[in-house]
Design a protein around this ligand. Structure first.
Ligand code: FES
Ligand SMILES: [Fe+2]
Length: 370
């Protein structure tokens, strides 16, 4: 399915607002609870992750030659580096001498020096220097460069594909350059959430919980259970209108702009959510650590940092989003506890929760489950 253009999307949104309706899926979905609790299922999911192009961070996270980011991706330690030629490359994060991890966190370096015995690599991964090299007679330095994995910069994001060589699916081209060059990283945080990664993802994918989970944050500004849901490939876009969307009716259709009147959440299958807000864009990357534990990497990027007014609006919006995210974490943690209670063999997703249905269907299909 193709994504609607901006005006058609807003027309669909207004039709739901006026009619008191929302996007409905074809049927109710029942997801087995074992898919949230089984270590074997998690193993299959991570094996799948390693064969897919995964969005890792905004391209602006690596702004300069020598900028690097070390991160476990689908359980594999990976080092991503922007080279002197400004190309982004990724490597398995291990020295070719005795395998020490080369870098942690993020920063900027001219060369990559192993902390153990100081074997030194260029930003392109080539082995450049070995202290007291006479101790390694016959060592071919060309054969001992860092082990590369595929990395791509597209749509303002950096993708890594650990085992597959493919770049992002062309179906994502419909998003356009979702994070343009004017966007700067204003926040980069990591938090461990005691919940299965799919439970966290589900919270981004329906507006049925706006009134009850976000009574003082989103609900005064947004409608409850009023969404446009679109699938593109294995991905989703779910659009949440703000109440101010009704002011569009006073303007000619040609002047309609989505940015200040809706939030769209792009679910980049399987584990990344990109949420557009009036003052910023949020990127959330879920790294499963266990069936009931997920490391959530969150980035906020904004193009409104250049003026005092922009920074003020951004600060207010950040506070609101942080408060709403805390509400989401509370319910998701409760969700994980309920999963452990043994009350349910399946979780039930209704007609309003079609983006989640598409997520689970796509995941089962990609894993090769019947
Ligand atoms: S393990 Fe890296 S230099 Fe020895
Ligand atoms: Fe929420």
């Amino acid at each position: 399915m193709a994504l609607l253009d901006e005006q058609s999307l807003l027309e669909r949104v207004l039709a739901h607002v006026e009619g008191g309706t929302t996007g409905l899926s074809d049927g109710v979905w029942r997801e087995p609870v074992v898919h949230y609790t089984s270590p074997e299922r998690l193993k299959s999911e991570l094996a799948l992750f390693r064969t897919l192009p995964l969005a890792v961070c905004p391209a602006a996270s690596l702004p300069d030659a020598g900028s690097y980011l070390a991160r476990d991706i689908a359980g594999v330690p990976i080092l991503i580096v922007r080279g002197q030629d400004r190309t982004v490359r990724a490597f398995r994060n291990a020295c070719r001498h005795r395998g020490a991890q080369l870098a942690e966190g993020a920063g900027c370096k001219k060369t990559i020096v192993c902390p153990y015995h100081a074997w030194t690599y260029g930003l392109d991964g080539r082995l450049r220097g070995v202290p007291d090299e006479h101790g390694f007679p016959g060592l071919n330095k060309d054969d001992h460069g860092l082990v590369p994995v595929s990395a791509f910069e597209r749509y303002g994001l950096i993708f890594v594909n650990i085992e597959g060589g493919e770049g992002p699916s062309p179906v994502l081209d419909q998003m356009g350059e979702i994070i343009g060059p004017a966007f700067k990283v204003i926040s980069d945080t990591v938090r461990e959430v005691p919940a299965n990664w799919k439970l966290i993802a589900e919270g981004f994918l329906e507006g049925y919980h706006i009134r009850h989970t976000h009574p003082e944050t989103f609900f005064p500004r947004q409608y409850d259970n009023t969404n446009v849901i679109e699938h593109f490939g294995s991905n989703n876009r779910i659009t949440y209108p703000y109440r101010v969307v009704e002011t569009l009716k006073d303007k000619p259709v040609g002047q309609w702009v989505a940015r200040n009147v809706v939030t769209s959440v792009y679910h980049l299958f399987p584990n990344v959510m990109i949420s557009t807000h009036p003052a910023s864009i949020g990127i959330s990357v879920f790294e499963p650590m266990a069936t009931d534990r997920t490391r959530v990497h969150s980035f906020i990027v904004s193009d409104m940092t250049d003026t005092e007014k922009g920074r003020y609006v951004l600060e207010k919006s950040k506070e609101l989003i942080a408060a709403a995210k805390a509400e989401d974490r509370f319910v998701v943690t409760a969700n994980q506890k309920g999963i452990k209670s043994g009350a349910n063999t399946h979780l039930t997703f209704g007609l309003f929760e079609g983006a989640i249905r598409h997520f689970h269907q796509s995941l089962a299909e990609a894993i090769g489950e019947p």
